[in-house]
Design a protein around this ligand. Structure first.
Ligand code: CIR
Length: 364
């Protein structure tokens, strides 16, 4: 191949990539500054990698939702029989406020009131018919990238209805909002037909969707099904969507499968992931093809520490007692040139909530 062909090929690849990601000055610099034919492409790809690695999304507003009075009734994988799992509401509220305070250090936060569903009774008066104890976990209600927001039909029936308030707020924020609940599956949506009553098929929980800035990973789970993943594939067709098979652990490991993909794997920046040591981390990372896709992965001994919120240069992490995780996290965050803050949301964790699930980050 002559250097002209290499140059053209390199430029074509860059153009394709650029259509997915806005141009980075460093990459342009790398492309045009070098004149030697031999190392032009090498410098270009180096510059591309550095710009990708350090690229940060600038989020403009976050949505959170207050803890409802009925939070103790929220779903829990461990069940409610274990007395150690009983929620102390006073502590839970304080922890949630600490979380919102930490978030406000890097982004304005719109804190919505807790929700109930309302219906009319036989006399036509509006009555609260259903409380939503899980509504603080607002992440599950929507997937938002840029101006596009897909409001989800959540996997657990008891959670449906939580999304309505979020839908209205996103519209008011000027987002292009689409509500999955209006359709049975993506085929129906694309054909423009309306959902048939009672035939709910596609389900997605936002906690199963990890957008790193380069790839949109969708983990199949007890909450997110194949139809739901197809919906995301079609809705976010301009992104690299990678669907991960549902995690099945060999019965001997003694570990339970995490509720969501992001219960185990999150990102610090567009090139850096956190995942737990052990089979859960191994299986997720293998399915995500992290090596091939060029991610740096930091493996932490405890899974709770792997769920971090990375927002505008600040990484908010769970304040667990695992010293080794704290050390690895500190180094990873420093390497990524970001700041770290630890918050303790252990009361929310009793209901399988981690840090990402209590907010939605928007580029509204
Ligand atoms: C649930 O089972 O749906 C809630 N108790 C926990 C949801 C946590 N959400 C998340 O990690 N994205």
């Amino acid at each position: 191949m002559s250097w002209k062909q290499v140059y053209r090929l390199g430029n074509r690849i860059l153009r394709e990539r650029t259509s997915r990601q806005p141009m980075q000055p460093l990459r342009l610099f790398g492309t045009f500054i070098t004149h030697g034919s031999e190392y032009r492409s090498r410098v270009t790809s180096f510059a591309y990698m550095s710009s990708v690695k350090h690229r940060r999304y600038i989020y403009t507003i976050a949505i959170a939702r207050q803890l409802p009075d009925c939070f103790a009734d929220a779903l829990s994988m461990n069940g409610d029989d274990d007395p150690n799992n009983a929620v102390n509401m006073k502590v839970a509220r304080a922890q949630h406020q600490e979380y919102v305070r930490a978030l406000r250090m890097c982004i304005p936060v719109l804190e919505l009131p807790a929700v109930s569903s309302f219906d009319k009774d036989e006399n036509g008066s509006i009555q609260a018919t259903k409380n939503h104890p899980d509504c603080v976990f607002v992440e599950d209600t929507v997937i938002a990238i840029g101006k596009d927001a897909l409001v989800t039909r959540m996997g657990h029936p008891s959670r449906r209805g939580e999304e309505k308030q979020v839908y209205e707020v996103l519209k008011q924020l000027g987002m292009d909002v689409f509500n999955m609940n209006d359709y049975q599956d993506s085929a129906e949506w694309m054909l423009g037909t309306v959902a048939k009553d009672g035939n709910e098929v596609a389900t997605v929980d936002g906690g199963d969707v990890l957008f790193t800035g380069r790839h949109l990973f969708v983990g199949l789970s007890n909450r997110t099904n194949v139809e739901g993943a197809n919906f995301i594939l079609n809705f976010f067709a301009s992104h690299d969507v990678i669907v991960l098979p549902q995690l099945h652990l060999p019965g001997t490991t003694g570990q339970t499968v995490p509720l969501h993909l992001k219960s185990a794997v999150t990102h610090i920046d567009t090139g850096t992931l956190l995942a737990p040591v052990g089979p859960i981390g191994d299986l997720f990372l293998e399915a995500m093809r992290v090596q091939e896709l060029g991610y740096t992965v930091h493996r932490l001994p405890d899974m709770l520490s792997c769920n971090v919120v990375a927002c505008n240069g600040l990484v908010i992490a769970q304040d667990t007692s695992c010293r080794e995780s704290r050390r690895i996290l500190r180094d990873a965050v420093m390497e990524a040139n970001q700041d770290l803050i630890m918050v303790d949301t252990s009361e929310l964790a009793k209901k399988d909530g981690a840090l990402t699930c209590c907010s939605v980050l928007l580029e509204a």
